[in-house]
Design a protein around this ligand. Structure first.
Ligand code: C5P
Ligand code: C5P
Ligand code: ZN
Length: 478
């Protein structure tokens, strides 16, 4: 029996449990994967005529677990919960984060202060890590929630579209340019249900909604030397290729409006640009990737393309408005979609302003690394995004890891670290750095090799940088 069929068996068990209960509290994460996962759970319960409420959390801490346990309704955790599985007790968990099933002996006292029993909840716990699958690439939180939804009824198969938006939002296709593993099964289900299709196309953000030159100008993944960040250069580049930027009516053309020859010409020119600049062929290949299309949405809207849809949801969650994204997922195409669009617009403006601010304020080198400090002018929710953009847009040195500091409302300091695939291949592990360096100075952190974050005490930035520099040198053998 294949490992994924074991996972479907677990999903079936969860489905049976859901059928038996009447009143639920869905608890989910605030990012695109969390919002879609929560929406899948909500739709599933709504389709069964069950009572439920949904709550969005930035993170799950023991104190919150304690109060949730006292709620009385059956808890359904989506896109979070696995990391607290040892203290959650009886609940449904559909998640893809690293599970914590046991409480370390030395922490028992702390944990017991919050909950009266330390249990291992695996019976209704669906997580790829428990079945030898990869939680970063095979399936996301929304995907695991979808497995439960489908196990209740195949009439829920239309929810596969949201599951794919969640996976794309969590960058599960990033490494290879296409979704793999269980995500592939979900794609096939969505195709059969008529809600999903996919094809190879340009991987840039805004394929359906942006003027072509803006799509180039704002691209930072991969960045286009000379075009990224420069609207005049992007326009000239297109005119040189003989591409009309506007229709005769004066309306701007988008990527989806172009003829085949025009798209081919642009892709070829971009590939040459990247190669001429000395980037590895792998970078050039990333210009093309699989794109995922939600067939029931209108072409040319943010909801038709999974990547754009997930970006829209992320801008809701980042500004404390996950609920708005949730309403859009549930089908609101008027009031809430307008609100979500306004948040996305605002988010873009904030990013542009902040990036200019960083450009002016300067990024400082510190041994093998570089950093900037936002003081209290950068919202903590976007430090990671900004650090990533600074690195990929060429504002920062593309060859060293970057760290961004900002002051949180609590007075503590939030740090975000970002690297590149090439650095990771040379040994960089930002999660290790965040975890170890933060712990040494009384903070806490973690994440992935390529992207990680931490919270540290104010005033300890210098000490943190010193340790980070030393660790990077060791990891990357500098
Ligand atoms: O906040 P930021 O975007 O920089 O976070 C990057 C990654 O680091 C995320 O995966 C997040 O879950 C992780 N992280 C963490 N502990 C923190 C902050 C971030 O594990 N205190
Ligand atoms: O763990 P968490 O999902 O919260 O981390 C998300 C952040 O980590 C994203 O904002 C993204 O910038 C970064 N990330 C990345 N490449 C990966 C995984 C995460 O850049 N492969
Ligand atoms: Zn997730």
């Amino acid at each position: 029996m294949s490992i994924s069929s074991d996972m479907w068996k677990r999903a079936l068990k969860i489905a049976e449990r859901i059928r038996k209960e009447d009143d639920f509290l869905i608890v989910t994460h605030i990012d695109a994967d969390g919002i879609t996962a929560g929406s899948i759970a909500a739709e599933t319960l709504r389709n069964l005529d069950k009572d439920f409420e949904i709550r969005f959390l930035k993170q799950l801490d023991p104190l919150t677990v304690k109060s949730l346990r006292e709620d009385g309704r059956l808890l359904w955790f989506t896109d979070l919960g696995s990391g607290s599985a040892n203290i959650i007790g009886d609940a449904i968990i559909t998640d893809h984060h690293e599970p914590v099933l046991e409480v370390p002996r030395e922490k028992r006292g702390d944990i017991l202060a919050y909950v009266d029993a330390v249990e291992t909840a695996t019976e209704y716990h669906l997580n790829p890590h428990l079945f030898s699958h990869n939680g970063s690439t095979d399936i996301s939180g929304a995907g695991t929630a979808f497995m439960a939804a489908r196990s209740i009824s195949k009439t829920n198969d239309y929810l596969s579209a949201l599951a794919i938006v969640g996976a794309v939002g969590d960058m599960q296709a990033q490494k290879t340019g296409r979704l793999t593993g269980l995500n592939r099964q979900i794609l096939e289900i969505g195709k059969k249900a008529g809600v999903l299709e996919w094809k190879m196309d340009i991987s840039l953000y805004g394929r359906e909604t942006r003027e072509i030159h803006r799509m180039l100008q704002y691209s930072n993944d991969p960045p286009f030397p000379g075009l990224t960040g420069d609207d005049k250069a992007s326009i000239a580049f297109l005119l040189d290729l003989g591409i009309d930027l506007k229709y005769e009516s004066g309306e701007w053309r988008r990527w989806i409006d172009l003829a085949d020859w025009e798209r081919k010409a642009i892709i070829n020119a971009l590939i040459n640009l990247v190669l001429d600049y000395g980037f590895p062929a792998r970078e050039a290949e990333r210009i093309i990737s699989e794109v995922y299309i939600l067939r029931n949405e209108d072409e040319g809207t943010e909801l038709h393309d999974a990547k754009e849809f997930s970006t829209l949801l992320n801008s809701c969650g980042r500004y404390g408005k996950a609920e708005i994204g949730y309403r859009v997922c549930l089908g609101d195409r008027e009031e809430y979609l307008e609100k979500a669009r306004a948040l996305l617009q605002g988010h873009r403006q904030v990013l542009v302003e902040m990036l200019n601010h960083i450009k002016d304020g300067g990024i400082r080198e510190y041994g093998s690394i570089q950093y900037f400090h936002g003081g209290n002018s950068i919202p903590e929710e976007i430090t990671g995004t900004l650090a990533g953009m600074a690195l990929s847009s060429g504002i920062a040195d593309p060859d060293r890891p970057i760290f961004a500091f900002t002051e949180k409302d609590t007075g503590e300091i939030k740090v975000s670290g970002r690297g590149t695939q090439a650095m990771v291949e040379r040994g960089l592990s930002l999660s290790e750095i965040m975890k170890k360096a933060a712990e040494k100075i009384g903070g806490a952190g973690g994440g992935h090799d390529i992207a990680a974050g931490a919270t540290i005490p104010k005033g300890s930035e210098e000490e943190f940088l010193k340790m980070a520099d030393r660790m990077v040198k060791k990891q990357m053998k500098i």
